[in-house]
Structures are given as structure tokens and as C-alpha cells.
Design a protein around this ligand. Structure first.
Ligand code: PHE
Length: 337
């Protein structure tokens, strides 16, 4: 039997196949228990003694070469295909779609409001939720025994009587005005806390966005123009805006800002309590006493400040009637945004 001929034949057979099942068939034909190589090995014993050695060597060499050829072929057939082979993964099966989340409505409205002010040149900064009594009250011209402290009812930290959870974002004014020199145009979004009983319009934690501007010659009309631009960007160009006189210890004069009711367009409905107007924020010219606390010369500089509740803006914008919906993580609610 011509060993070289057999090797050529094996190579020819391997060259023709392109699947693992075919490879197994060819393997059985040559290397199987009843394959050609087993047959050749068996034939050695039947040869005359003097031929056995040489023939045995040839058969052995052929066997080794054949094994190598099969290993090489198997590698070729599985190259780039290993995952499929190992796990029997069916790459033809339809995939499982990933559910995409959306931003929480509070995050969305916060980002939208900040973007409007950023466009008008404001920087967006932050402040801590745990504040000093000084920054939350005294520095803002709210004296210790002043009844207006009740309007900003506060969680105090038990063992640190001078530390509290900020009841508004206005303490950021004190921090930042102490830290930086005018001209200043800054917006500060963040969480605030008040010990209110939770109901449809109250939550012990909610979000505010503070804004203030300080420079020479800042006027009340600057505040009004800026807030009107803001209100129209959020609620649409057809709304009207008005200043309604109010009191805040840290601004003088102070005003609450109303927009014409977006539901009844000012005619009067249940949403606006028949008034035709909806309150959206508090504002005013920064009180000289606040400037004194932070070391800004009130003779040289003037400024305005405003603060709005993010939940309130979001409720008006999207027609949401219960503040608790923001914090219950009910996907039926959150999926609508
Ligand atoms: N801090 C006030 C509040 O929480 C809002 C406000 C901010 C009013 C800045 C005037 C100026 O109600």
C-alpha cells in the first residue's frame, strides 16, 4: 500500500469539507476504530518480520501527520465561531429589547430652567443641603426671633443646634456672595426641607431654583424683564406676567410673580381659584442688610434675587395635581414623560 498516496487522499478529502459534521465523517473514515489507519496498523502483524519495522514507522508517521491535519482543519472550521460552538447560542433568535428610561420630570424641569438662564449668561452652581443657621436665616436678614422664621419652618440637626436642613435655596446667596466678587449672575438648583405634613400640595422635601444677579446699576426692571423672558420660555409666548407686592426679609422691595392662568387664559377657573393668575415664584431687590452680612458695598452695588419651586413649575407645566406623584416612583406616572 502506498502511504504517500493515502496522505494525498486524506488531504484531498479534508479540502472538500466545510462543516464539523463532515469533519467527523472523514475522521471516522481514517482515524476511527475501523478506519483506514487502524486497518494499516493491524496489517503490520501480517507482514514478514523484516518489513514490519520500516512499515510500522511509515504508518506511525502517517498517523501523526493525519492527527495534525485534523486539528488544523477543526481550527479552521471553528475560527470566529467559538461562542456559537461552546454555548450552542442561537444567534438567529429574536433579541430582548432594552427598556430605555427617561429623565424624572423634576430633573427635566430643573435642566430646562437652568438652560434658559445659562443662555442669558448665568452660571449654574450648587450649595449644601445641611446649612448653618447663619446662612439659612441671619445672613439673609431673618433675625432669630423674627416671626418670618416660621414661614421657613425648619428641621434642625439634633446634636448640632446651629446646623439645619436648608429650608430654601437662598442660603446659597450668602455663601456665594461671600466667596465671589460682583458682577455675579448665578443660578442654584437644589433640594430643600420643611417639616410640613404631606398632602397634595406639600412635601417635607422639595426642590427650588435660586437665582441672583449683583452688579452696579442692577434695577427692578432688569429683574422683571429677565423673569418675563424666563416665564415665556417655559409657559409659552402668550402668557402675561405680573409683579404682586409681597414681603421677604432678604429683599426690598419684594414681589411675588404671577403668570396668567395657562388653563383658562386668565378668565378664572378651578386651577387658579377663579383669580385668573398663578403664582410661580418669589423675588425682589437684595436687601442692603444682606449685602452688609456678605461684605458687599451696598452703596456701589445693587442686585436682585428670585426663588422658585420646581415641583410647582412642573405641576403647572404638565397639569399635575398632586405633588406626591413626583416621589412615589409609580411607573404609570413616570412613563408619561
Ligand atoms: N427663599 C424664598 C422662599 O423660599 C424665595 C425667594 C428667593 C424670594 C429669593 C425672594 C428672593 O420662599
Amino acid at each position: 500500500m502506498d502511504i504517500n498516496l493515502i496522505q494525498t487522499q486524506i488531504e484531498g478529502d479534508l479540502a472538500k469539507i466545510d462543516s464539523l459534521s463532515e469533519l467527523e465523517e472523514v475522521r471516522a473514515k481514517y482515524l476511527g476504530r475501523k478506519g483506514l489507519l487502524a486497518e494499516l496498523t493491524g496489517a503490520i502483524a501480517g507482514l514478514p518480520v523484516e518489513q514490519r519495522g520500516a512499515f510500522g514507522k511509515q504508518v506511525n508517521a502517517l498517523k501523526n501527520q493525519t492527527l495534525d491535519l485534523f486539528i488544523k482543519k477543526e481550527k479552521e472550521l471553528t475560527a470566529g465561531n467559538t461562542v456559537v460552538k461552546k454555548s450552542n447560542l442561537d444567534i438567529g433568535m429574536p433579541g430582548i429589547a432594552q427598556e430605555l428610561g427617561v429623565l424624572h420630570p423634576i430633573t427635566r424641569v430643573t435642566e430646562e430652567v437652568c438652560a434658559i438662564f445659562r443662555k442669558m449668561g448665568f452660571s449654574i452652581l450648587g450649595g449644601p443641603e445641611i446649612e448653618t443657621e447663619y446662612n439659612n436665616f441671619t445672613g439673609l436678614n431673618i433675625p432669630l426671633e423674627h416671626p418670618s422664621r416660621e414661614a421657613f419652618d425648619t428641621f434642625y440637626l439634633k446634636d448640632y443646634s446651629k446646623m439645619l436642613l436648608r429650608s430654601h435655596t437662598s442660603p446659597a446667596q450668602v455663601r456665594l456672595m461671600k466667596d465671589k466678587k460682583p458682577p455675579l449672575a448665578i443660578v442654584v438648583p437644589g433640594r430643600v426641607y420643611r417639616p410640613d405634613a404631606v398632602d397634595a400640595s406639600h412635601s417635607f422635601m422639595f426642590h427650588q431654583i435660586e437665582g441672583f444677579m449683583v452688579d452696579e446699576n442692577i434695577k427692578l426692571s432688569d429683574l422683571k424683564g429677565l423673569l418675563e423672558t424666563f416665564a415665556k420660555a417655559v409657559f409659552g409666548n402668550d402668557i402675561k406676567m405680573r409683579f404682586r407686592p409681597h414681603f421677604f426679609p432678604f429683599t426690598e422691595p419684594s414681589a411675588e410673580v404671577d403668570i396668567s392662568c395657562i388653563i383658562c387664559k386668565g378668565k378664572g377657573c378651578s386651577v387658579c381659584g377663579r383669580k385668573g393668575w398663578l403664582e410661580i415664584l418669589g423675588s425682589g431687590m437684595i436687601h442692603p442688610n444682606v449685602f452688609k452680612h456678605v461684605g458687599i458695598d451696598a452703596k456701589k452695588y445693587t442686585g436682585f434675587a428670585f426663588g422658585m419651586g420646581v415641583e410647582r413649575i412642573a405641576m403647572l407645566k404638565y397639569g399635575i395635581n398632586d405633588i406626591r406623584l413626583f416621589f412615589e416612583n409609580d411607573l404609570r406616572f413616570l412613563r408619561q414623560f
